[in-house]
Design a binder for this molecule. Structure first.
Ligand SMILES: Nc1ncnc2c1ncn2[C@@H]1O[C@H](COP(=O)(O)OP(=O)(O)O)[C@@H](O)[C@H]1O
Ligand SMILES: [Mg+2]
Length: 170
């Protein structure tokens, strides 16, 4: 049985975005894949900075502009931060991110957070999706989605049951 869990949360200021990331960082486990969708300036990096803080990363986190991936190894578990902004979908295919981090024989040893997940042709079902959008009041709206028990359990810890918007069983 697979479950879809999704909910929408309003983030009225940058702190709220950071805090959502922080909670994800506190509760996530090895193998967590977080796909971040949203325009330039929607808050993806801010959220990952919170994620890092929640994991215990002290080193400043900025988008990997000249490298494809930044690794932060000082937290509770490793954080791998990828930004696909400069890549075409075909180039992303060639990276075989899922092979590298999921199927390569060894399980993902940390948390993989990917900005510009729009560039991925077939997002992994085992990932948590988080879409950030600008709202007219100046804040952001986050839509989180997850399939699968482990991912849904994580999101429930992060947001609590109160924010459950939709859950289906298939
Ligand atoms: N919930 C929010 N409300 C208002 N501004 C926000 C919010 N979250 C982040 N920001 C601000 O948006 C700007 C862009 O954030 P950033 O994380 O760099 O976006 P992205 O990585 O998606 O391009 C920053 O100035 C950040 O402080
Ligand atoms: Mg960014």
């Amino acid at each position: 049985m697979s479950k879809l869990f999704s909910f929408v949360i309003n983030l009225s200021n940058p702190n709220a975005t950071h805090n959502l990331g922080y909670k994800l960082g506190q509760f996530c486990s090895r193998g967590t894949i977080l796909l971040l969708f949203g325009d330039l300036g929607s808050g993806k990096t801010t959220l990952i900075q919170g994620l890092g803080a929640g994991l215990g990363v002290v080193e400043p986190i900025s988008s990997p502009t000249f490298t494809l991936i930044n690794e932060y190894l000082e937290g509770r578990i490793p954080l791998y931060h990828v930004d696909l902004y400069r890549l075409e979908t075909s180039q992303v295919d060639a990276l075989e991110l899922d092979e590298v981090y999921c199927d390569g024989g060894e399980a993902l040893s940390g948390v993989l957070a990917i900005e510009w997940a729009e560039r991925i042709r077939e997002p992994l079902q085992s990932a948590i999706s988080l879409r950030l959008e600008h709202v007219s009041t100046g804040g952001r709206q986050a839509t989180l989605m997850a399939y699968g028990d482990v991912q849904v359990t994580l999101l429930r810890k992060v947001v609590g049951d109160g924010l459950l918007v939709d859950e289906v069983r298939t």
